[in-house]
Every structure is written in C-alpha cells, then in structure tokens.
Design a protein around this ligand. Structure first.
Ligand code: PMP
Length: 477
C-alpha cells in the first residue's frame, strides 16, 4: 500500500506488514521470551509482589514500567556499561537510563569525584547560586551558541518553562508542535494527531479531564511548511517546538531547507522557535544546533547534560532573555518568577549545578564523543552487514552515539512511516526481549541503542551477533 493511502487511526495501523514475516508466529516467540524472562528473574518477581503493596505497579514512577515486560526487573547496581539485576543477571547496557547515563554508570572520573565532593563537603541546596552557575552559563554559550541560560529539573521541565516564558514575552496563548513528536510531559505537548481529518487527538492529555487540547496546541506535520504557515498566520502561536529531526517515534529527517523555512516563517509571524536537543545532543558537543548552524530563539535539553543528575536547561536568544528579564523586573504578572511561578525549590541546587558544570567540562568533549562514536561505528557497520547478508528491508539511522533500528527500508521523511518502522506488534518486541534475555539492554519502547565511552569491541560484536540471530528467527530461516 502506498504510504499516502494509509490511514493512521490507532496503534494497530502502525504495525508494519513485511513479506516473509508471520506476525502471529513472531508474537508466540515474544511470549516464549516473556516465559524465559520469568525464569531468569524470580527475585524481581518476588520483590515486585512486595513493592505492589505500596507502589503503583510496584514501581516508584510509571516510567519504570515502560519496559512492557510481565514485571520490571529491579537493579542491584550499574557500573560503566554494565548493569546487574537483583537475580544476578548481568546486562551490557545500551539503554543507559534512556540517555541520562550515556557517559557511563558511576564512572571513576573527575565528574563523579567532583559530585561526591560537593555532596560530602559543600552542601546540596542553599537557595542561592554558586559560582559554578556562572561557569555553566559560559560553558553552555560556548557549546551551543545561545547567549542566555536558565536551569530546570529535567527536559520536561524545560519544555514547560520555555512555553511559560514564550507566552509571557509574546502575550500569545498557543504552541505549535509536530505530529508524533515528543517534548516531555507538559500537557500542551502531549498531542498526537493520528488522523488529520479528525483534528487533534491527544495521545494522553486528551483523556485527562479538564484539559482542552485545541485551546493550547496546534499540530502540523513535520516537513510540511504549508501547514506550519497555516498554523502561524493567525498570530496566536507563542512558540514552535521541534527537534532538529524527530527521534521519538523512529527517526524522521528534515527535508532540504526545512529549518531555514521554519526560521523564516517564525520571523514572519512573530512566533519564537525552540529546538529540543534532548535526544540529538548525542550528535556531539554542540548537538545538531551547532553542527547544522540552527538559529533558534530557545534551546532545550536535559537527560545526560549533567551526567545523569536531574537537570534541564533552556537556552535563549538575547532578545527573548532581555524581554523576559524586563517583564520579571517590572513585576508583570505573566512573567511569574520566584519559587511559585517558574523556579522550584530543588531547581538549580548546588549539587545539580556542580554536576552540570563538570559534565559540560569533561563529558561534552571530542575525546569522550570519539569513544562513544567509535563503539557505535562498530555496531552500525556490523548491523548493516547483517542486513545486507540477509537481504532484508531494514535499516539503521544514526545521530552520533544514538542509533535507531528501523524495520522498513527507506529513510523516513514522514513521521508516520518512521513510526511504523519501529515494528510494534511483534518485531520490535522480539528484538528487544530476545536481546534482554541474552544480556543486552536497549531502550525498550523503540529500537534505540546508545553507546557510552565504556562499551568495548566485544559488547558491540555481541549486538551484531544477536541481530543476526533475531533476523534468522524472524524469517524462520
Ligand atoms: N524531549 C525529547 C525529544 C525527549 O525525547 C524527551 C524524553 N524522551 C524529553 C524531551 C523529556 O525528557 P525527560 O523525560 O527527561 O523530562
């Protein structure tokens, strides 16, 4: 079926139909992997029963159950590129906490030692900035180019705060985002539109009583400048949020001159442009913002930026920062400063800011990224060789130390095509859980692999070996 003829109404329509793969048979293989998982994790099962007495689904945050396993395993410890569960199973970790631990688990280096020193000797939180904060502003500007910075608790928090600031400085209510994009848990950004004819369908927020998606959010298709212009021309959009290319439902690449087009339309209609580098910062120090010469009004990131401590950042152009500063200082109610409107008590505490400083100084270097990229080169080459050997319609896509495995042959410029390439409905699940049961962890809700400076050649060769086995089994060869 041609891609343009497909109707994406629900999650069933994102299952790829691949010649030669019998999905019913594959799903039985997934169930066999679940059985094997249960055999390997009796202690996690037992503790899960206990944890269920006081925690929802036995975990402290819903995100911990996103493994979609019969029950989540519990971690005994993690070090460098390895993780051990409480049953003693050892995993090579290419999940890395879904990015925050990308520079390694508890690495024995100046970053960890500096954080430990802060914790032991210098205090965690004081309600006043340390000198590290000054250095952080300078380091972030050198790294990403934007001149002003604001620190938050996470990437989600950065999204929420950037929306607040944009609304305040523009006096406009709405945001514009792209279909199938993800920018964290802010209500405004939990919007997907599986079928454009049906208007916005909130993936989650729509179902939360009291939220009116259409009042706050417009959704356009990525790579469609006409839709962007249509959304902006009423001049009610404060901020347009985008990743350099979309990464959260497979990778969707920008068409040529896409970012120039967005910049121009935002300028024309007075909307502020935000680039979310939470995932794409794996491209290297400076992210794709620097590599591609992007010129956003806002930049946001989080996850690994402070070596895994909970920190998000927002970069701002001089114009935005100065306008917001004036509103704050004039006491404009829309600016809402202090600990009740924008900042919160744990935000930008001395420990987190120390970690941010040390991470920017020591992790975001060509040397560290060189090691991460070296490991990913091995995986990319090996997996592509296996794809060629089996002659199957799969592909790998890469942003530095992050790789996406797509169970479709073409590079995606359409976000719905990219989403289908994840292979939900059996293929994705089989690949993920087959590897997990054999000691290799990937990010479990899509096919992402991330490399740290601690992944060895053997670790990478193991991924390639498993990939070969998975393809052989999927096709029953
Ligand atoms: N932006 C993007 C592009 C993301 O992928 C994510 C999380 N996967 C976020 C923002 C939110 O990050 P966090 O969950 O750390 O708040």
């Amino acid at each position: 079926m041609a891609e343009s003829d497909r109707v994406y109404d629900d999650f069933a329509s994102i299952v790829p139909d691949i010649e030669g793969i019998d999905l019913e048979r594959v799903w039985q293989m997934v169930e066999a992997e679940f059985d094997l998982y249960k055999e390997r994790t009796p202690k996690s099962f037992a503790i899960r029963q206990r944890a269920g007495e006081h925690m929802i689904n036995g975990v402290p945050t819903t995100w911990h159950s996103d493994w979609r396993l019969p029950y989540t395993f519990y971690v005994e410890r993690a070090k460098d590129a390895a993780l051990w569960d409480i049953d003693g199973n050892e995993y090579v970790d290419f999940n890395l906490g879904d990015t925050p631990a990308i520079f390694g688990h508890s690495p024995d280096n100046e970053v960890t030692r500096g954080i430990a020193d802060q914790l032991l000797n210098r205090g965690v939180t004081t309600m006043a900035p340390s000198e590290d904060a000054v250095a952080v502003g300078e380091l972030l500007t050198a790294q990403y180019g934007l001149p002003y910075w604001y620190v938050t608790l996470s990437a989600s928090d950065s999204g929420r705060n950037a929306i607040n600031i944009a609304r305040s400085v523009t006096g406009r209510p709405k945001i514009l985002m792209f279909n199938l994009a993800y920018h964290g848990t802010g209500d405004e950004t939990l919007c997907w539109r599986p079928n454009p004819d049906r208007g916005i369908t909130h993936r989650w927020a729509h179902f939360r009583p009291g939220l009116d998606a259409d009042a706050n959010t417009k959704v356009a298709e990525f790579n469609d400048l006409e839709q962007v212009e249509e959304a902006l021309k009423d001049r009610d959009v404060a901020i347009l949020m985008t990743e350099p290319h979309l990464t959260d439902g497979g990778f969707t690449y920008p068409i040529e001159a896409w970012h120039e087009g967005l910049r121009e339309l935002c300028d024309r209609y007075g909307t502020l442009l935000l680039v979310d580098e939470t995932h794409t910062q794996t491209a290297g120090p400076g992210g794709l913002t620097r590599e591609w010469g992007l010129r956003p009004d806002f930049f946001m990131s989080g996850k690994c930026i402070a070596a895994g401590l909970p920190v998000g950042v927002i970069g701002m152009s001089e114009d935005v920062a100065k306008r917001y500063e004036s509103l704050l200082n004039e006491g404009d109610p829309s600016a809402m400063g202090g600990c009740m409107g924008q900042g919160t008590t744990n935000t930008a505490n001395s420990l987190c800011v120390k970690a941010l400083r040390l991470s920017l100084e020591h992790n975001f270097t060509d040397e560290t990224f060189g090691k991460m990229n070296g490991a990913m080169d091995l995986i990319e080459r090996g997996m592509n060789d296996v794809i060629a050997k089996h002659d199957v319609p799969f592909r790998t896509d890469r942003i530095g130390a992050r790789m996406n495995v797509a169970f479709l042959p073409e590079k995606a410029y359409d976000a719905k095509y990219a989403l289908r390439g994840i292979g939900f409905g059996g293929i994705h699940e089989y690949w993920t859980y087959y590897c997990l049961n054999r000691g290799v962890l990937f990010i479990p809700f899509f096919n992402m692999i991330i490399t740290s400076p601690y992944h060895t050649t053997e670790h990478c060769e193991r991924v390639v070996e498993l990939w070969d086995e998975v393809i052989t089994n999927l096709y029953d060869r």
